[in-house]
Design a binder for this molecule. Structure first.
Ligand code: RAT
Ligand code: ZN
Length: 416
């Protein structure tokens, strides 16, 4: 169908974006094989670390007292602080309301215990089906760290998998603390030393290959500090160039770099204590230029890095920009970044991932992002419609399929 005016355009864009089944390329969710590692339900939702950080701004209890509480006590404190004593319009608070509303619960009751009741008779299997359906997510990528003992035992034991959940091999410990973690590789039977000799590098490649065989990951990923620089004289830089790059190319497993995290700026906040810093885009440019046959997925945490990251993607087809990560996952910034990306890169980006740590969050993260992406798309199509360009509804559906996941799958298939 040919779109004739902005009224039809608005309807077609909203329909395409509402109906698209998403591939969520970065989450912290797990299959049921991993037991308690898959977080779900209202107490997990309310104790999301984004909300812990917001709560501690209001309350005067010590961090230790907070961490000593049971999960339910923590949730009660957060609910009372952020939802009852203050209005819950921060993005993370609003997200909880969106989830409860989309599950059909009576938000107006403000009754956390009533919300808890809803989950009492639900099995996790039923709830996965329900959430994926409500969120419109067809498949998602986990974060799988072989250095996490709780997770490792499942990979080495009876991992069965679920077609909807893809693995991603997370390698932060290898890149960010080699001086400590080489000992773990040694324990696991790899003949490595702290000094990066040829034979140690070979063993690191063997470690990566073994885990690629075991997990069948769609990419290898690391969260990296603002000071992430390649090339430089450091263990991290050498492991990137001499291990990650060759294995990534040989196995066709892209390297996902998530750059700009200042770890534990406030260590007392634990998982909620990380912050953001500006990073050097030259590292991304260097890697894309020096290794044109390698594939790189990149997201950066600082708002200040977003423009140069788009420009880098214009220069390098082996660079796929994705997501509005963590502190950028707020409506004002998602809108700004999505506009800039569409203007510089057209549909050749992945505007969003959820980063869901709690299954339920898929519902709000995708509902909120869909709305903003649809608004920006409508503006962009309106501009070309005004020139006399003919837009067909099928073409809108085609573009929407790409940005909500198709680009990811076709990037994996490309051969440079
Ligand atoms: O967004 C988050 O939940 C962060 O804590 C991190 O998990 C971050 O997304 C990461 O993958 O390191
Ligand atoms: Zn994450």
């Amino acid at each position: 169908m040919v779109i004739r005016n902005t009224y039809e355009l608005r309807k077609a864009v909203d329909k395409a974006v509402d109906n698209v089944q998403v591939t969520d390329i970065h989450t912290h969710l797990f299959t049921t094989d991993f037991g308690d590692l898959l977080l779900w339900g209202v107490d997990e939702l309310v104790t999301y670390h984004y909300l812990i950080a917001e709560t501690m701004r209001w309350v005067d209890i010590s961090y230790d007292e907070y961490w000593a509480m049971s999960k339910q006590e923590q949730a009660d404190l957060i609910w009372d602080t952020l939802f009852i004593k203050n209005s819950p319009y921060s993005e993370a608070c609003r997200g909880v309301l969106t989830v409860l509303e989309k599950l059909g619960l009576d938000i107006a009751s403000r009754d956390l215990n009533a919300f808890r009741e809803y989950f009492k008779n639900m099995t996790v299997e039923q709830y996965i089906d329900k959430v994926l359906e409500v969120a419109g997510v067809k498949n998602l990528v986990m974060t799988n760290d072989p250095f996490e003992d709780s997770e490792r035992k499942t990979w080495l034991g009876n991992y069965k998998g679920d077609e909807r959940f893809k693995a991603a091999l997370r390698i932060d410990p290898l890149l960010n603390a080699w001086d400590i973690n080489y000992k773990r590789l040694k324990e696991w039977g790899y003949d490595v030393y702290q000094e990066l000799t040829e034979s140690t590098l070979k063993e690191i490649r063997r470690f990566l290959n073994d885990w690629i065989d075991r997990m069948n990951p769609v990419y290898m990923a690391a969260s990296l500090p603002p000071a992430f620089v390649v090339p430089e004289d450091s263990a991290r830089s050498r492991i990137v160039e001499e291990c990650i790059i060759p294995v990534s190319r040989e196995r066709n497993v892209p390297f996902a770099m998530m750059i700009g995290v200042k770890k534990l700026t406030n260590p007392y906040l634990r998982v909620a204590g990380d912050s953001v810093g500006k990073s050097d885009i030259s590292t991304v440019e260097y890697l894309c230029a020096k290794y044109p046959k390698n594939k790189f997925l990149v997201t950066m945490l600082a708002r200040e890095n977003q423009h140069e990251l788009c420009v880098a993607a214009r220069k390098f087809r082996n660079l796929l920009v994705f997501g509005c990560w963590w502190f950028l996952n707020n409506p004002s910034l998602i809108e700004e970044m999505t506009r800039m990306r569409f203007e510089l890169l057209g549909p050749s980006v992945i505007p969003q991932h959820s980063d869901a740590r709690v299954l339920d969050q898929l519902i709000y993260k995708w509902s909120h992002s869909r709305k903003i992406i649809a608004d920006v798309l409508f503006d962009k199509y309106s501009d070309i419609l005004a020139t006399g360009w003919i837009i067909k509804e099928d073409e809108i559906i085609r573009d929407v399929e790409k940005i909500f996941g198709g680009n990811f799958w076709s990037f994996l298939e490309r051969q440079f």
